[in-house]
Design a protein around this ligand. Structure first.
Ligand code: GDP
Ligand code: MG
Length: 893
């Protein structure tokens, strides 16, 4: 095996190491603007010469080990297998960067200094005399730009040469007195230390560095003589030895800079000018809200290609289909001549309530003594026989002769809603098992008079078919269903594939186009440097709650969808803060929860005047995050101040197209991977639960696929395992006011995708596929929450609140698992969310019951205790943090 040469990349955070590393190795490491993104070192082969292995070390400011990053870097530089080091520095910030350089030079390894960000340096007009700098440092110095891929291979070449020419001797940078002391110490410890690390060790011993002293294991005697040398110098300088070293490093650097750097006359750079406004104390927040609102507006509103494409995927590709004659523009505009004509025809057909008119007319004829036997069947037959036609025509003439007319028959739309004279659906209530419209003063129902002619028109009306309107392309479910049926697949297989797999996976993939647009914006904002400003601005606000500013971006993203929100936690380097953020961001109402809110709004106030419902749930979500954050911070596990937020704000720059696309792709890929696994499994499970069962729960009769069971009722879902499950766990929800199996079953299907709750509810009420705006559904739900003729609004709100806050949908749960990367934490997070939701719903229901109905009981007491505990957690002082990192370092030393 040929021997590999290792070259380390060392430098301050944000000096461009990862960018260089990616450029040299062709890998796709995370280029973040946050400190601590690279806590681990990362290795990969140089793409031009595989025998060279490059190591991306964590970004650090010095080699005195205070942080895990510093320990990793120091250990590697001293005892790792590197043959040379490329010390990358941000050349626009030379003074601070060279501090680390002076230490790297002492590690005994050959060093090449890379003056990175040369593009920015040139733009500023500053000049660095590289030749002179090289002479001062005693190492090769090269200009480079990792971002623009300038001079990057030359850096590796130089490192290779340096490695071949042998070990580094550090330049003498300290004052005469200190250098003399160091030389004396070198002589004393020579037998304890390798020649290569002699100077390093001497300096560390002089600084009384505990890690170095422990490693050298000097004898008592030696230590005493060294201590004498150090004390003498300290007395001389009237300072402690470590500070003397630090000071002298800076003094030396200042001298070097003065000689080697010619700064252009200082003017405010564009970045500084922009930052004056963008990170301004007062303006920072509003600007940010504006930027993000714009991003969300564009990503989710109909003007964006993403939203249009998402609609297309949901409604057409994973729906019935579309007309190819409408062209590709249909995908983005959702408007096409053929589709328009077809939809108009359907709308007209649906508004005419043909079946209702047929029924009403036959009833009126019967009242006048006309024989109506078989008329209904003949009128509604799909392919009327000649006998049917004969029967109908004699019926019609008999009715016409007697002037049968139905006066002012109310019309209904396809969803079974009454319509007012404007064509708007009318709110209904159920009285005596019949639906009754509720009219406001002046409101009139849309009615029609049906005479014999109208009756003929009604039964002759045909549902429009696609083929009449153009070249129709079937949607995926239709295509797959046809294929399966052609292959003689059983009804069971068809249902599994169509209702289980295609519906479930399709629901998730539908989000994809919209998410791509969102991801493009977010990646752009992140890559160009804006997001680090945001975190900085938000940090001021969040710190007051004990949270870090970095928790904010995931929260914000979650308002669209929790999946990318949870993914965005990747940039939070503090483990505790990251876990906490992952656990709490699903509380934010995502897009899929909007139909639930709309449903509640309808049920509460009948669709009008309910503007406060949506904001109420949004703030409930935000409050849940903040309250959870504060409470969790008060527990031992999560305690500790948020890590101090020290961050280099990089100069604004246009991201490179390639890396921008890579970031978008990275996010998209993990999302799709989940749709393919977790959601697949979960959809099949829920499909199984809802289509298998016993054909009669009470008698415990045959078990099997319900639609094919002998004698199974039409709305078989009542007999499904899902219903059984709902019935057996509904008692858990009794204190929350909704011990109803339908509510529980709807909650369970909401786990696939939250908007499922609405459609499941509709199916369970035997109403077919209804949307959240169907008034029948509203009245049915009100009925569910009615006891002795009184609607228990508190229970209704509690039910909705529970659904907003409990475990998120399977996609989000999958993302949580992916990011937590630990099944125990994952389980804890989901349990926490669900318990929190339960407690909140309990309080809502119990306090409502107490205030409105004066009901007081055991659970009211529990609700008060829960409230008390919450308040106690919110206001008690924070405990001492668990000092994990410190313990580890001490143990190593
Ligand atoms: P690391 O913390 O040292 O790994 O630094 P990164 O590679 O994550 O880079 C930090 C930021 O500096 C990123 O936004 C990069 O795009 C940017 N950057 C890196 N190299 C250059 C460069 O040569 N010129 C400019 N203008 N920006 C750069
Ligand atoms: Mg990095």
């Amino acid at each position: 095996m040929e021997t590999k040469m290792h070259i380390a990349l060392a430098g301050n955070p944000n000096c461009g190491k990862t960018t260089l590393f990616n450029e040299l190795t062709g890998s796709n490491g995370y280029v973040g603007n946050w400190p601590g993104v690279t806590v681990e070192k990362k290795e990969a082969a140089y793409s031009k010469d595989k025998s060279i292995i490059l190591t991306d070390l964590p970004g650090i400011y010095s080699l005195s080990p205070y942080s895990p990053e510093e320990v990793v870097s120091r250990d590697y530089l001293l005892d790792g297998d590197a043959s040379a080091v490329i010390n990358l520095v941000d050349s626009t910030n030379l003074e601070r960067n060279l501090y680390l350089t002076t230490q790297v030079l002492e590690c005994g390894l050959p060093v090449v200094l890379g003056l990175n960000m040369n593009d920015l340096l040139e733009k500023r007009g500053d000049k660095i005399d590289a030749e002179l700098l090289s002479k001062k440092l005693g190492v090769p110095v090269l200009f480079a730009s990792a971002l623009r891929a300038k001079n990057v291979n030359e850096l590796v070449e130089a490192a290779k040469e340096a490695a071949a020419s042998g070990n580094q001797t550090a330049p003498s940078i300290f004052s005469e007195k200190v250098e003399a002391a160091l030389t004396k110490i070198e002589d004393i410890i020579r037998s304890f230390s390798s020649e290569k690390h002699l100077r390093w060790n001497a300096i560390k011993v002089f600084e009384r560095d505990e890690m170095a002293l422990a490693k050298l294991a000097l004898s008592e005697e030696t230590l005493a003589s060294i201590e004498a040398i150090i004390s003498e110098v300290e007395a001389d300088f009237d300072d402690d030895s470590a500070s003397i070293i630090t000071c002298e490093r800076y003094e030396w650097i200042a001298d070097v800079i003065a000689e080697c750097v010619v700064a252009a006359p200082k003017k405010l750079s564009t970045t500084e000018k922009v930052d004056r406004i963008v990170t301004n104390r007062i303006l920072g927040l509003p600007i940010f809200v504006l930027v993000m609102s714009l991003v969300y507006y564009i990503s989710t509103s109909s003007v964006a290609a993403g939203t249009a494409a998402t609609d297309f995927v949901n409604d057409n590709l994973f729906g019935d289909g579309w007309f190819s004659d409408d062209g590709i523009s249909y995908v983005f505009t959702h408007e096409g001549e053929h589709m328009g004509a077809y939809e108009d025809a359907v709308a007209e057909f649906e508004q005419q309530n043909y079946e209702g008119q047929i029924d009403a007319f036959i009833e009126a004829a019967e009242a006048k003594g006309i024989n109506t036997e078989g008329v209904k069947d003949a009128a509604t037959a799909e392919e009327p026989t000649p006998e049917d036609e004969a029967l109908l025509s004699s019926f019609v003439s008999a009715a016409a002769a007697q002037d049968v007319v139905v006066k002012e028959m109310p019309l209904k739309d396809a969803d079974d809603n009454f319509l007012d004279s404007e064509g708007e659906p009318v709110v209904t209530v159920i009285m005596d098992g019949e639906e009754q419209p509720v009219l406001e003063p002046g409101q009139k129902l849309m009615t029609v008079d049906v005479d014999a002619e109208g009756f003929v028109k009604a039964y002759e009306a045909e549902e429009p078919s696609h083929e009449e309107f153009g070249n129709w392309i079937n949607g995926l479910p239709v295509v797959i269903q046809n294929q399966l049926e052609a292959a003689d697949a059983s009804e069971l297989t068809v249902s599994l594939v169509i209702d289980g797999v295609v519906a479930g996976v399709g629901a998730v993939l539908g989000f994809l186009p919209q998410m791509i647009v969102l991801f493009c914006f977010l990646s752009f904002l992140e890559d160009c440097g804006y997001m680090s400003r945001v975190a900085f601005v938000m940090d001021r606000v969040f710190r007051k709650f004990g949270l870090s500013g970095k928790s904010f971006i995931p929260m914000l993203v979650s308002a669209g969808c929790a999946v990318p929100g949870i993914m965005a936690t990747k940039t939070i380097e503090n483990e505790n803060d990251r876990r906490m953020t992952i656990m709490t961001v699903p509380f934010i109402p995502c897009g899929a929860k909007l139909p639930i809110i709309a449903l509640l709004m309808g049920a509460l106030v009948g669709g009008e005047g309910g503007w406060w419902v949506a904001p109420m749930f949004y703030f409930l979500g935000v409050a849940a995050v903040v309250v959870s954050g504060i409470m969790l911070k008060k527990t031992k596990r999560f305690a500790g101040d948020p890590t101090p937020f020290i961050m280099e704000l990089p100069e604004y720059h246009l991201p490179r197209f390639k890396s921008w696309l890579l970031h978008v792709w990275e996010r998209v890929r993990s999302f799709v991977a989940k749709a393919g696994t977790i959601i697949f499994g979960a959809s099949v499970l829920v499909w199984f639960l809802s289509s298998f069962g016993f054909d009669g729960w009470m008698d415990g009769a045959n078990f099997g696929y319900l639609p094919s069971l002998e004698g199974a009722p039409e709305d078989f879902i009542e007999f499904s395992l899902l219903a059984g499950l709902g019935n057996s766990i509904k008692f858990l929800f009794a204190p929350l006011g909704f011990a109803k199996w339908k509510a529980v079953a709807a909650t369970l299907t909401g786990l696939i995708a939250k908007e499922n709750l609405v459609s499941t509810y509709a199916v369970l009420f035997g109403l077919g596929e209804l949307g959240e705006s169907a008034t029948v559904l509203w009245s049915q739900i009100n009925l569910e929450f009615t006891v002795n003729g009184v609607v228990h609004t508190g229970a209704l709100i509690a039910f909705m609140a529970f659904n907003m806050l409990c475990a998120p949908c399977f996609a989000a749960m999958g993302a949580m698992r992916n990011q937590l990367n630990d099944n125990r934490w994952w389980g804890f997070a989901i349990a926490y969310e669900t318990c929190f939701a339960w407690v909140v719903a309990l309080m809502i229901n119990q306090f409502y019951e107490l205030i409105v109905f004066g009901n007081f009981g055991f659970w009211t007491v529990v609700a008060f205790i829960a409230l008390g505990y919450m308040l106690y957690m919110l206001f008690k002082p924070a405990p001492e943090p668990k000092a994990e990192v410190e313990v580890e370092v001490v143990a190593e030393a």
